[in-house]
Design a protein around this ligand. Sequence first.
Ligand SMILES: [Fe+2]
Length: 213
Amino acid sequence: MTARLSATYESKPAETTLKYTTKQIAELFPDLMQIKDGELRDKVAAVWNEALTTGCGGKGWTFDELRAVPFTLLAGDIDLTFIDHLNSCCKQCIAIAKVLRECFGDRIPVNLDYLIAGSLLADCGKPLEFDKDKNGKVIKGHFGEMLRHPFSGVAMCYKHGIPAEVMHIVATHSFEGDPPKVTRSIESIIFHHADFVDFDIAKNLGAKAAKKT
Ligand SMILES: [Fe+2]
């Protein structure tokens, strides 16, 4: 007899014991508390629990270790961290949504909860991409060679019941979401540009630092 799968597009949160509370995760990402839907806020925190405890080649990251991770491994020697970048993008997204609301009103509908959740989760797969070498230097690990963070990010989000609209932001925020194959949602367009404001500036700073050495 063949088992029948129920036809649902909603992922359901997995039963897992979480190491960190939502308030503790908000020590890393204060704007997490701006998500109005408490259930969504807790799910975002659950995904970050997963990333923190399973990243770094399975060794996990402490808060302090994650705070010391550079923004990107692609921009050379810059004084911007990964956590700075996530908080910067989240604040940029909130600011952009406010400006759009002031200028266009309801003609540009933005779901702020989804935007904040997506901005805090877009790079949640990076702690799985990164590992440490023998000297403790942060490098791209084997897992990262196999799966870029938009893929591992969506996998963790699905496990914890994150809505499809938010998983869409995670999946499409980088070049995986470039047209014509994918049409980004409004929230994903906002995050994508905020992300590249930081990334392009990081490359600019990295190039200047390389010239000095
Ligand atoms: Fe990213």
